[in-house]
Design a protein around this ligand. Structure first.
Ligand SMILES: [Zn+2]
Ligand SMILES: [Zn+2]
Length: 258
């Protein structure tokens, strides 16, 4: 029995809405690939979503991480420790996941942006949900090869640096689905814009690089995009990226940037 937060967007592909971050379950029989895990305090919700689609946490083939922010990686170490689940990510994100450093919006940056609509309520939620908790993944693993991963859904990693240095999207070519993480979102509590877009400026490690990475997404064949924040996008990748670029250019103009 599915609950309202678990939406089947393709055959065996489920988009799950956590407290403010999405994760994706790609099922194959009684096993599955999990992409991202929500905030640390989303753990019960995450486990409930696996139950809802009939996958035991111990039966997960792997957890794929788009990037090592707490709202995406919050339960990864729990799954690794409790069930020995492999936690895979782009090589350039490994040290971040081990928390050898943290490239995440700081409390100071959030306060400096506190006048913007939605920022303070979002910050209160982020703190309560474990946004600043220190929960490294002790043994994150790089992808074993360069191309398609041998786990349910046969996802293909798509390096999309910028939001973080090792951010990675995942393409499901067979399903025509693209999991974009925070490289492309469709909404956020701190944004009044709708549709495909970049996250607000303060969230990116390198916004210029994040904009450049949209090129890697638009080359892929996909009819549905599953972002890290906001609802599923029922557009092809070219149209979604064009929309995001347009919004980014408008934001630059209103900020007086070149
Ligand atoms: Zn992020
Ligand atoms: Zn995020």
């Amino acid at each position: 029995m599915l609950n309202d937060d678990v939406v089947e967007v393709g055959s065996g592909v489920y988009l799950v809405a956590g407290s403010s971050t999405n994760w994706v379950i790609v099922k194959d029989g009684d096993t599955a690939t999990l992409v991202d895990t929500g905030y640390p305090r989303d753990r019960e919700r995450l486990l409930a979503s696996l139950t809802a689609v009939g996958v035991a946490p111990g039966a997960l083939a792997a957890v794929l991480i788009t990037h090592a922010h707490n709202d995406h990686m919050g339960a990864a170490e729990h799954l690794r420790r409790a069930h020995g689940t492999r936690v895979l990510m782009h090589r350039a994100e490994l040290a971040h996941a081990r928390r050898e450093f943290l490239h995440q919006v700081s409390v100071g940056q959030v306060l400096a942006n506190g006048w913007r609509p939605g920022v303070l309520p979002w910050a209160v939620h982020a703190l309560r949900a474990g946004g600043t908790a220190h929960i490294p993944v002790v043994e994150p693993q790089p992808f074993p090869g360069e191309d398609v991963l041998d786990v349910p859904g046969h996802p293909v990693p798509v390096p999309t640096p910028g939001h973080t240095d090792g951010h990675c999207a995942y393409h499901l070519p067979d399903a025509g689905i693209l999991i974009t993480g925070d490289a492309l979102v469709s909404g956020h509590p701190t944004s009044r814009r709708r549709g495909p877009q970049l996250l607000p400026r303060m969230f990116h490690r390198d916004r210029g690089r994040a904009l450049d990475s949209l090129t890697a997404l638009e080359e892929l064949t996909a009819e549905v995009l599953l972002p890290g924040h906001g609802p599923a996008v029922h557009l092809n990748a070219v149209a979604a990226v064009a929309h995001a670029r347009d919004l980014a250019a408008r934001e630059d103009r209103s900020a007086g940037a070149p």
